[in-house]
Write a protein of this length. Sequence first.
Length: 518
Amino acid sequence: MGATTDAGDASEPETVDVLVVGSGIAGCGAALAAARGGAEVLVLTKASRPDGASTDWAQGGISTTRGDPEALKRDILEASDGTADPAAVDVLVSHADDAVEDVLVDTLEIGFDEDPKTESGAFDYAREAAHSEPRILHVDASTGTHILRPFLHHLDSADGVEIRQDTAALELLTHEGRVHGVLSDESAEGHPIYAGTTILATGGVGALYSRSTNPPEATGDGIAMAALAGADVADLEYVQFHPTAYDDEEPFLLSEALRGEGALLRNADGERFMPDYHADAELAPRDVVARAVARERAETGQVVLDVSPLAFEAEFPDLAETCRERGIEGEEIPVAPCEHFLCGGIAVDDRGRTSLDRLYAVGECSRTGVHGANRLASTSLLEGLVWGLRAGEDAASRETEARVVDAPRLLDSDPALPARFAAEKAVRLERTMDEYLGLVRDPDEVARAGAVLRRLKGELDAYTRTRTSRDLYELRYATITGLLIARAASENPESAGCHYVVSEASDEELAGATADPL
């Protein structure tokens, strides 16, 4: 296998066995499994703190099968509006409990909440929307933080793993249909890192929208880089909106676990409305609840999450503290739908392998087929862990040596991106995604979005030819990913899950949902 050299050593190219781009649960899982397989692993991450990864923002928890994989499979398929790939779901549910026990319980010793009603210290399994039974492991309502930080600390001390923070991958290095690493932003001209195998774990697309539960680093980099290199992508029209984010320009997520424990949705007239929309009421699939919340907000002026039926302060102290810090008084919290999760992405198989040789993708940037048109609550961390482990193990087993190929030399004549230029383009991108590619879509508006985004990409391409800047690359990749979403939406005229097409619904059904869906 190849050896790793320091980035600052210009005497010879930097090579590594397995290169992981991204440091959420999927990237950490891939790095752990690859290191266990004897590979030398380098993790590149844009984040300089754990909260730069979406995993750190995850609240509800991580699903298990609780000994009944078939029941979890049924729930995943139903929540997906029947569009999830049954074979992919089989992979998830058959490996779920082993992955959770091995990594999270035995290796990291995560202190999942225990059931206070038992003397044995059994786990306190929560129930969330569209789950038929309680099966979610959690730590209060900030599970991601309690998983990711111990995971990163574990990898810091693991043999054969290096984590390089505040470092972005700017381009994939390709030759004859194979990926040979990335060009990072560690020098003005770009620093090539050559790898036997490369695993993208770059997260989602929240930064494309004005309101998102994702960190600002979620700019779709991996998806755009892979697509530009020729990798297949799929299901990009399926952008999931969480129904209960705090109704503010700076939203925060109000976990599905709140509704699982009895919190109720009420409109401005004080009416509980979800029973009118779905038999499961507040625990209906996310796409159903999100559209109902949007309609009730439009018709009555506001929707609140009523937490009075539960012991909010005692059961969810982290969320309660966040509410107090934001000046939210009382037991009714204003909520609105907010961009949350991309169900599609880079198309991969059951080991995370893409259509390009030596390139893998895991986590939210990938499309495994598990989620179909709508993701079941608390399956994202599980999918990231299961596929991360499988991809890392497979990558290490190949023992593919890093190959040095010609790398592009980037321009550094004017590395700074004008602040006004960046701000204007980012606002145009967000407005386009919000208005035309949000919770409810009209085919004519989707086409309009594609035209706007093509023009925006052209303007950004012109800047890319004259300067190198991480901000510029992020904005360009976000625009490219937005274009891919628009293209996928335009090619799919059928409503399914979180891709809801206006022309298929009656005017009465859409009266509220089309008005200010965010």
